[in-house]
Design a protein around this ligand. Structure first.
Ligand code: SAM
Length: 187
């Protein structure tokens, strides 16, 4: 059976992340991706996780402590647009993931936005290792979602093919705007 975009995002991360790597969860939420990344990088690795909602940090911290994987995660209560200053310039990143949209069962007004997503992508690309991947799972059915999808599409289409490979993964016959996955891989 074909994997959902969410499931496939983890498959794409698992393929390339090794113990000891440094990676980013750009949209922590309830910490599903943060916990997944922390397991993959192990105790010698490091996960930088960002969110602007305090509740996200609390939920994620609880989850990490319960699983005994908190030590390898830096939980940052700040937007991913601060990646350029939050992560040292000389740190090379193996991977990053975004789930763009709003946090289910929470305030639907708090959504990711095109301009800050672009700032984060610029900073991540500058630190991405060769063979490293940036994954974006884009939810776009909400108000404001279409413009963010446009930004991601436009941004990734313009990346030079000599340096990056970009793919999308999308179910085109499903109702209710299922998320679209983008994967940017550095050659
Ligand atoms: N990956 C998450 C999980 O496992 O639960 C779900 C992420 S949810 C779709 C999007 C999240 O992005 C929300 O928690 C929201 O607070 C957060 N967010 C919105 N703007 C942000 C920003 N500028 N920087 C970082 N996170 C942001």
């Amino acid at each position: 059976m074909l994997q959902t975009a969410l499931h496939f995002s983890h498959t794409l991360l698992k393929e390339i992340i090794q113990e000891g790597d440094t990676v980013v969860d750009a949209t922590m939420g309830n910490g599903n991706d943060t916990a997944f990344l922390a397991q993959l990088v192990g105790s010698r690795g490091l996960v930088y996780a960002f969110d602007i909602q305090k509740q996200a940090l609390q939920n994620t911290e609880k989850r990490l402590v319960e699983s005994g994987i908190k030590a390898q995660v830096r939980l940052l209560h700040q937007g991913h647009e601060t990646i350029a200053t939050a992560i040292p310039k000389d740190t090379s990143l193996r991977a990053a993931i975004f789930n763009l949209g709003y946090l289910p069962k929470s305030d639907k007004q708090i959504i990711t936005k095109p301009d800050t997503t672009k700032q984060a992508l610029d900073a991540l690309l500058a630190r991405l290792e060769s063979k490293g991947r940036i994954i974006l799972v884009v939810y776009y059915g909400h108000s404001g979602g279409e413009s963010e999808l446009m930004l991601v599409q436009d941004y990734s289409k313009k990346l030079p093919q000599e340096i990056y490979s970009v793919m999308t993964y999308q179910f085109i016959n499903q109702k209710n705007n299922p998320p679209i996955l983008f994967c940017i891989e550095k050659k």
